[in-house]
Design a protein around this ligand. Structure first.
Ligand code: MSP
Length: 643
């Protein structure tokens, strides 16, 4: 039976980082695990999301045409996935003509079934989120991300999403596994229960996209385009529907609401499951390019190997929840769990067999207690892995490593070896067989998580069949063949000291510079020239804007909004103003305290994340960059007007 799974397709305007590599690692793990379970073929699709205004502008800033730009960026993803050892089957690019055809085909099916109509839209559009924004005046910051919005007025094609409220609720009800984990499913139910607005699925203001098969210039909205890539990738084979879409929680609504609605409208089979994982945090916030706190996988792989990184992320973070990355925690886990844990068990066991049994696996059924512990470990790990609870599965496996370690210490094979009696030699055989057989079972289980290291130990154990062909049947006790000659023994996870962190940090700086060059640094001058000139206004218009000098008296982050700061600003009035501004990625709250800023004081109040903001802070807005606050070189009194 086939199993088809996907990672999200990645935006090509940012290089891969640990956050974006995370879904890909897990997808690779699940692919290997599903093969062990007996699915055949197991097919994994990943790819690149290449269209949109954002990419069009990034290409323009880099002085390239969009296709040349995205080809270069897609190649970077392909080479990074190779470095991380990702065993994918398809890398779909949304610029692929095969994909364009599929998108048009799906649109036409929806149209034929009466779910597409033409309508007009005027409103605010957030380029950063690639989404229309309700409840803001065009030009004001997006309430989700804080970036400026743009006004768009368009005649668009709409998708009748509103028709799918009931069918979607029925889907979640009938198929409780459609959205996982459960708390995310509840979020989707609550969202759909509120009612669904129809969705504008074409744009006229974009060139770099898939042309809709309609009259005039209409390009598909990026999500109507991107989601369909999951189908385009396997269109020539018979792999649709997908068994699993692995995604981050921030893109769940697109996958759990829009995507099944598009498919239902086109009368096509739905994916079986959408699993939304949490975020990798770094320095306490979501790792992301715009925040500037990304850690790149390449340097880590160069120092500790891809397997150690995979192990760390899967062991440290409960899959489905957020979790933090730090070099210190990585090194600690490496030394305690890999060097001292699995690595030590492997070298100890194999060396004992080498020294005492000439490298041959002894003939013994093994210890019944260790056999029972192995059986129980397999049972628990199976439950955990099947539920995608990888951290629990790994914890169970490492408890088993401790059981074997303790068993070896108690049996003291080095003492038994010195006793020639039949009893002692039988005990020695039993001890060594148990340790080796336990190690083999652990190896088979660890393989989906750390394929290279597991293969390495597997070969040292002298196994004849490749580890890639291991199935659940091989997890039974007693499959290790007596008399098998082990391979040459070498440390799999040599211990590391703090200099490993320094090495990773130095490489990270180099990698950051390499990628910055590759992705093209923002070119503000070129952008300024490309920005259309604003219409002329009279001085009377200008004086309508009440610009004041203010001093920030308090500042804090807005919960759940990465980009927003909630501040009180003294502008010489009786009470400081409350101002919410999208500057949190450039300025920490403590940097803002006491700082003099320029405020637009007579803007109509507006609510951002439930907080009423009474004014706007003035900042330079750079293409692809962060806002830079306006300020003064000389001393200016609070409340002074700018004219
Ligand atoms: N292009 C869309 C997906 C389209 S799928 C049809 C997109 N791309 S993305 O590059 O911005 O993000 C890709 C995936 O990376 C998302 O699942 C997102 O959740 C994930 N992550 C990005 N940063 C992350 C972390 N810091 N932590 C974990 N995953 C995160 O969205």
């Amino acid at each position: 039976m086939k199993y088809y799974l996907t990672t999200p397709i990645y935006y090509v305007n940012a290089a891969p980082h640990l956050g974006t590599a995370y879904s890909t690692f897990v997808a690779d793990l699940i692919k290997r695990f599903k093969k062990m379970e007996g699915y055949d073929p197991v097919v994994l699709t990943t790819g690149s999301d290449e269209h949109s205004l954002k990419v069009e502008r990034a290409a323009q800033a880099a002085g390239m045409n969009p296709l040349a730009y995205t080809t270069k960026m897609a190649a970077e993803f392909i080479s990074q996935w190779a470095k991380l050892g990702i065993d994918y089957d398809h890398f779909i690019r949304t610029s692929d003509p095969k994909h364009h055809e599929t998108v048009r085909w799906l649109f036409e099916r929806c149209q034929k079934n009466g779910y597409i109509y033409k309508g007009a839209y005027t409103g605010a559009y957030c380029i950063s989120d690639e989404a229309y924004v309700n409840d803001v005046t065009p030009g004001e910051p997006c309430p989700t991300c804080g970036n400026p919005t743009e006004t768009v007025t368009e005649e668009n094609y709409f998708f009748k999403l509103s028709a799918f409220q009931k069918p979607l609720l029925e889907l979640y009800e009938k198929n409780p596994n459609f959205v996982k984990p459960d708390h995310r499913r509840n979020e989707m139910i609550a969202f759909v229960q509120q009612g669904l607005n129809d969705l504008s699925i074409t744009r006229t203001n974009i060139q770099w996209g898939i042309r809709a098969p309609v009259e005039g210039h209409h390009v598909f909205y990026v999500w109507f385009d991107a989601l369909i890539s999951y189908m385009s990738a396997v269109k020539d084979d018979d792999f649709w529907p997908a068994d699993l879409h692995l995604i981050g929680k921030d893109i769940l609504r697109f996958h759990a609401v829009y995507w099944p609605a598009f498919l239902m409208a086109a009368d096509l089979p739905l994916p079986k499951q959408v699993f939304a994982h949490g975020w990798i945090l770094h320095e306490e916030s979501k790792m992301s390019k715009s925040r500037g706190n990304v850690v790149r996988p390449g340097p880590i792989v160069d120092v500790v190997g891809a397997d150690a990184l995979r192990y760390f992320l899967l062991r440290e973070i409960t899959f489905g929840q957020d979790g933090s990355f730090s070099y210190d925690a990585l090194l600690q886990r490496y030394n305690s769990d890999l060097a001292n844990g699995l690595g030590n068990l492997a070298s100890r066991t194999l060396t004992l067999i080498q020294q005492n049994r000439s490298g041959l696996i002894p003939d013994s059924p093994g210890s019944p207690e260790v056999a029972e512990a192995a059986r129980r470990t397999t049972e628990l790990t199976m439950d955990a892995f099947c539920a995608f609870n990888f951290s629990r599965g790994l914890e169970t496996l490492w408890s088993f490593i401790s059981v074997i370690d303790k068993f070896i210490v108690e049996r003291a094979p080095w003492k038994l070896a010195k006793d020639p009696s039949g009893f002692a030699q039988n005990m020695l055989d039993e001890t060594l067989y148990s340790a080796a057989e336990g190690l083999r079972i652990i190896c088979a289980w660890v393989y989906p998580v750390m394929p290279d290291s597991a293969r390495n130990i597997w070969i040292q154990l002298g196994m004849k069949t490749p580890i890639e062909s291991v199935t659940f049947a091989d997890l039974h006790w007693g499959k290790l063949v007596a008399g098998q000659k082990i391979g040459s023994v070498a440390a799999v996870f040599p211990r590391l000291d703090a200099s490993a962190i320094a090495k990773m940090e130095v490489l990270e700086v180099q990698e950051k510079a390499r990628q910055a060059e590759l992705f093209g640094a923002a070119k503000p001058v070129a952008h300024a020239a490309a920005t259309p000139e604003a219409p002329k206004i009279s001085i009377d218009d200008f004086v309508k804007v009440d610009l004041r000098v203010g001093r920030v008296v308090s500042a804090e982050r807005v919960k759940g909004a990465d980009k927003l700061l909630h501040m009180k600003v003294d502008i010489g009035e009786q009470h400081p103003r409350t101002i919410v501004a999208g500057i949190a990625e450039s300025y920490a709250p403590e940097q803002m305290l006491g700082r003099k800023v320029v405020i637009v004081a007579n803007l109509q109040p507006r609510k951002l994340r439930g907080i009423e903001s009474n004014g706007m802070i003035v900042a330079a807005s750079l293409e692809g960059g962060k806002p830079v606050l306006a300020g003064f070189l000389e001393e200016v009194p609070v409340g002074a007007r700018l004219k």
